[in-house]
Design a protein around this ligand. Structure first.
Ligand code: SAM
Length: 360
């Protein structure tokens, strides 16, 4: 001990436990870079459903260098991302690892997260500067893997819950969309949510809006690829000035974006103005607690980090209120009510999302 104060106050067991946790975090942080490499180079894909293989076999299959692959596989096995059989000295993916790491259509796919982590880590110099000097960083200023990763990361949750649970939890909206309604998807990004809804409700019309031009371009391509471009249009538009449609929108959706915005009250006001008679606004927000300490778990840790590096920074760059990714329900309710709405309720939730409904 370097001082008598430390000798009196430090509990060795607590210190060792804490250091063990930090070392685990070192491994996790570095390994997420290797998981990103695995995603990009198709290393997991090559192992999914294949027989156990040696590093040389995996390298040959993926056109990569054996020496790096050998080291990568040890890291992956140490982290529980792949299985290792010491007898045959071969590596494999279990069905569970394969689905989570390679199957983009599965609700359990997590590969997009590694793109997000890679991109957000690169924002560190800008964000550190903002800690000291104020200001922020716009969504569109991030590494492009943020946009790709966000779409990949959120799509599985939308596939699993949006049509089956979230829309039915709203007041009379499912029926309107079945017969033919109008839907605005505000802050739509690459349009994953818009396209999922358009596939499920072919009689309805869908309008995706985002103020990030590159995302709208990608969303248009995705709509064509999915064969829904007859009923979906994507336009560059800020949330506070989305175009009106005749009869108003039956549903206006904000997926994981209201808390990012520079003017979330303005976005809610515009939703209020453009909503159809008896229409609903669906606001999907990350799961978060109502008190600070309710966020002290793995999900709260992840969302508060993403919020610091991205969501809060986008709003602050625009002089906004910076609701942040872990905005408590009270702050979201006040924002929506300030937009003119009279009703606001939590319609449903999943372990990762809160789904709110606002009505006039
Ligand atoms: C975290 S991403 C979510 C994208 C998409 N909704 C999804 O769930 O995959 C937030 C999106 O909100 C968009 N956004 C932020 N502020 C906006 C504003 N004022 N008007 C329109 N879009 C906005 C960003 O460009 C970005 O695409």
């Amino acid at each position: 001990m370097s001082s008598s104060i430390e000798a009196r106050t430090i509990n060795e067991e607590k210190l060792m436990n804490f250091l063990g946790k930090v070392v685990g975090d070192f491994g996790a942080a570095l390994s997420s870079t290797l998981a990103y490499i695995g995603q990009r180079l198709g290393l997991y894909q090559a192992m999914a459903g294949a027989k156990p293989m040696t590093p040389a076999e995996l390298a040959e299959r993926t056109g990569t260098t054996e020496r790096y692959v050998r080291e990568w596989l040890i890291n992956q096995a140490a982290g529980g991302y792949v299985e290792y059989d010491p007898e045959s000295e071969r590596y494999s993916l279990s069905p569970e690892q394969a689905v989570a790491l390679t199957d983009e259509d599965s609700p359990f796919y997590v590969g997009g997260g590694f793109y997000v982590i890679k991109a957000m880590s690169q924002a560190q110099p800008r964000i550190m500067d903002a800690f000291k000097n104020g200001g922020g960083m716009l969504w569109g200023e991030h590494d492009p893997d943020l946009f790709i990763g966000t779409a990949k990361f959120f799509r599985p949750g939308y596939t699993a819950h949006l049509v089956a649970e979230w829309i039915p939890a709203l007041t009379g909206i499912e029926e309107r969309l079945k017969t033919g309604g109008r839907v605005a998807d505000v802050g739509c990004g690459h349009g994953a949510s818009t396209i999922i809804m358009a596939k499920a409700f072919p009689n309805s019309r869908f309008y995706g809006y985002d103020n990030h031009e590159a995302s709208i371009k990608r969303a248009r391509e995705a709509a064509k690829e999915s064969g829904v471009d007859d009923r979906v249009t994507f336009e560059v538009s800020s949330a506070d000035s989305i175009p009106e449609v005749e009869g108003g929108y039956d549903l206006i959706a904000f997926f994981d974006c209201l808390h990012d915005m520079g003017d979330p009250v303005g976005a809610c006001k515009r939703a209020y103005e453009t909503l159809a008679e008896d229409g609903s606004v669906m606001i999907v927000e990350p799961m978060a607690g109502d008190t600070v300490e309710e966020n002290f778990h793995a999900i709260g840790r992840t969302f508060s980090a993403a919020s610091t590096l991205c969501c809060t920074a986008n709003s602050l760059a625009l002089g906004g209120p910076a609701l942040g990714a872990i905005a408590p329900e009270k702050a979201l309710r006040e924002t929506v009510m300030a937009g003119g709405f009279k009703e606001f309720r939590r319609a449903t939730e999943t372990p990762f999302n809160r789904v709110f409904e606002a009505r006039r």
